[in-house]
Design a protein around this ligand. Structure first.
Ligand code: CP
Ligand code: NVA
Length: 301
């Protein structure tokens, strides 16, 4: 593995290897066992969109691994004034040991990897959010102790999260049911990947998707960059919500996951959110551990 651009590029073995290392690093961190595996190294973090979790977990993670991280807002970089990503990649490769980028177009991340010669990590694009899903998988395995045969249900927009969750959950052996409204389905490349899996289902009825679920997942109705569509989307997504009715048809020990930030009373009720807050914030914490594992695998000796 040279980069983390999207989960479609990773084998099941590579995903499991990252999760195992993430568990190990989490254990070491909790027990005060130093793991300076990236001593003296620098990660550049380019952000074209807002972030709380991604920024803070990468920056802290790099520090805990003995390295440092630079926050590079695209507003301040020349990239924001039109310097091509191909040139930015070649310049940053001379200074840094790795780049994390959060942006709009997936092609920008792929270009950065192609033109630079250091590892590139996708910190979210409109197409996917692989770091989030590695943390989600780590959390699901912590709670359920397995992947095989678990029923994973996603309700809402067929967005970057739905894309990465579909690929990641299928690759590790879960049954995946998505409920998305017409016109808001996952990316065709993801549906093309999923069509070979008999345990994948895309439906329009949230209750049907949630039946017997072990894991229920949702995300915002309007993602970053779609703020102008928010009102239209409130109409399209009405009913695509994790609420008491959905919880009743899922398994009684189902866990709830949300990548955050959450919009209460839109994709999830405040009640269900608070009832499952421990799981959701364990998931947020695991961003730190999963990303440290990714950085060690990509940048470590
Ligand atoms: N879930 C997630 O990526 O959060 P941020 O947007 O705060 O980084
Ligand atoms: N779908 C959301 C995920 C945020 C972590 C967005 O892209 O804004």
């Amino acid at each position: 593995m040279k980069h983390l651009l999207k989960l479609l590029d990773l084998s099941t073995e590579e995903i499991i290897d990252i999760l195992n290392l993430a568990d190990q690093l989490k254990y070491e961190q909790k027990h005060g066992i130093p793991h300076n595996k990236l001593k003296g190294m620098t990660l550049g973090m380019i952000f074209q969109k807002s972030s709380t979790r991604t920024r803070v977990s990468f920056e802290t993670g790099m520090y805990q691994l003995g390295g440092q991280a630079l926050f590079l807002s695209s507003k301040d970089l020349q990239i924001g004034r039109g310097e091509p990503v191909q040139d930015t990649a070649r310049v940053l490769s001379r200074y840094l040991n790795g780049i994390m980028i959060r942006t709009f177009e997936q092609s920008e991340v792929e270009d950065l990897a192609e033109f630079g010669n250091i590892p590139v990590i996708n910190g979210l694009t409109d197409f996917c959010h692989p770091c989030q899903v590695l943390a989600d998988l780590q959390t699901i395995r912590e709670y359920k102790n397995k992947f095989d045969g678990l029923n994973f249900c996603y309700i809402g927009d067929g967005n970057n999260m739905a894309n990465s969750l579909t690929v990641g959950c299928l690759k590790v052996g879960m049954n995946v049911s998505l409920a998305c409204p017409e016109g808001y389905h996952p990316d065709p490349k993801v549906l093309e990947f999923a069509k070979d899996y008999k345990n994948f289902k895309l439906v329009s009825d949230p209750m049907e998707a949630a039946a017997d679920a072990d894991v229920l997942y949702t995300d915002v109705w309007a993602s970053m960059g779609q703020e102008g569509e928010a009102e239209k989307r409130k109409v399209a997504f009405k009913g695509y919500q994790i609420n008491d009715d959905i919880m009743r048809v899922a398994k009684s020990d189902a866990i709830v996951q949300h990548c955050l930030p959450a919009h209460r009373e839109e994709e999830i009720t405040a009640k269900v959110f608070e009832q499952h807050a421990v799981e959701i914030f364990d998931e947020a914490e695991n961003r730190l551990h999963a990303q440290k594992a990714v950085m060690v695998r990509l940048m470590g000796k």
